[in-house]
Design a protein around this ligand. Structure first.
Ligand SMILES: [Zn+2]
Length: 136
């Protein structure tokens, strides 16, 4: 029993070192990351047939408070918890970040881009805002 405990402690130490970045201990597993990546990339390639933006890189992250973000270098980041959202909300999130490649702000021009593919984006945006990332 004592031996088993030592092994467990060692394993946890090893896991923290090895898997900390992928959140092995916090629910963010490699499998969930891949699931999220597939979902995001499938929808992105479909939706971007309309926008035709140049996407540099897509990253799946375990951000504590954000559903997604976009950098000026054309990198799109999505929270792995997108896999728990219903399709309409996931699509909105993907369209939102994608449209930042056209407009790096929340101006009228930006929302006009979003509206191209999601006419009722206002309602969906409100719905997504009511779901805090940390509660999932
Ligand atoms: Zn935004």
């Amino acid at each position: 029993m004592a031996k088993k405990n030592i092994w467990t402690i060692r394993f946890i130490k090893f896991s923290k070192k090895k898997f900390y970045k992928t959140g092995f201990l916090t629910g963010f597993t490699i499998r969930k990351r891949e699931h999220a990546r597939q979902l995001v990339e499938n929808r992105l390639s479909y939706i971007n047939k309309i926008y035709k933006f140049k996407i540099n890189r897509v990253a799946i992250k375990n951000q504590k408070t954000r559903w997604g973000s976009c950098s000026s270098k054309g990198n799109l980041n999505f929270n792995y918890k997108i896999i728990y959202l219903k399709p309409a909300l996931a699509d909105y999130l993907i369209v939102h970040e994608l449209c930042h490649l056209g407009q790096m702000n929340h101006s009228k021009k930006f929302w006009a881009l979003v509206e191209k593919t999601i006419p009722d984006y206002r309602r969906i945006n409100k719905e997504l805002r009511r779901i805090p990332v940390k509660f999932i």
